[in-house]
Design a protein around this ligand. Structure first.
Ligand code: SAM
Length: 241
């Protein structure tokens, strides 16, 4: 396994992360847990869906600090039926080291101890090079992998169509490549019919790209003072029927 190297352009502190590469924060410093839960869990309807689906696949663009993974695994541990499997596949072009994750995740350790011990651990380093399979209580299994490459590349060999996507790749104005129509089209290809996405952005180009990728797209009120965010579900794959 090739060890992740620390990138000097990524600044970390407890509950905080900033990328000099993109001139953007990893998440809003004010209550990121509430904001990420609102955008990604609630608008993918995960509490309801995970409670009845024994096999669930999540895809994420931009693993970053692992906060979204933490809140997802925490929810799944609480609500999914015994014997369930969660597959969590993420892409991350600039992976953080485990030490950086430990610094950033300091405030979350006490909030989600079980998920934290599982993710912010050597499993993270393993998951950066191959699928990590983690057996858990109640006969549950987490399968977890992070593709440490460009999203456009990773999506050409994505391992499983997702039930739900977290599109979390910095602001489109600061990172247009992550939101390129070709990337969004591959998100459509890698989503089950009826599968959903949620994202903090409501940029019109992103919403159009997702419509072209076969999603019904909804713009809705964003978290707190944020005006808008978007979510949607896949109903077709244009050009493939
Ligand atoms: C807003 S942060 C993600 C925050 C993360 N979801 C979390 O829970 O901490 C965006 C992430 O996307 C990654 N990223 C940006 N462009 C990328 C690309 N083209 N391919 C893959 N990852 C990319 C960045 O390195 C960064 O970690």
């Amino acid at each position: 396994m090739e060890k992740v190297k620390e990138n000097p352009d990524i600044i970390v502190a407890p509950g905080y992360g900033f990328s000099r590469i993109f001139d953007d924060v990893y998440f809003q410093p004010h209550d990121p847990v509430a904001e990420s839960s609102f955008v990604f869990l609630r608008h993918n309807f995960l509490p309801q869906r995970m409670a009845i689906c024994p096999h669930f696949v999540v895809g994420e663009l931009g693993f970053g600090s692992g906060l979204n993974a933490l809140i997802t695994v925490d929810l799944w541990l609480r609500v999914a039926p015994a014997g369930s499997t969660l597959m969590y596949f993420a892409v991350e072009k600039y992976p953080l080291t485990l030490s950086q994750l430990i610094v950033m995740g300091q405030p979350w350790k006490a909030l989600f101890p079980e998920a934290y011990n599982m993710l912010i651990s050597p499993h993270y380093e393993n998951a950066c090079s191959r699928a990590a399979k983690v057996p858990l209580r109640d006969n549950k299994t987490l399968i977890f992998q992070i593709f440490t490459e460009d999203a456009a590349q990773a999506l050409t060999h994505w391992p499983a169509k997702a039930d739900a996507w977290f599109l979390d790749g910095f602001a489109p104005a600061k990172n247009p490549e992550m939101w390129h129509p070709s990337v969004l089209s591959r998100i459509g290809d890698n989503t089950l019919l009826g599968g959903t996405f949620a994202t903090f952005t409501a940029a019109s180009g992103v919403r159009q790209g997702l419509r072209d990728a076969g999603f019904h797209v909804f713009r809705t009120k964003g978290y707190g003072p944020k005006k808008h965010m978007s979510w949607g579900y896949r109903f077709s794959n244009p050009g493939k029927f």
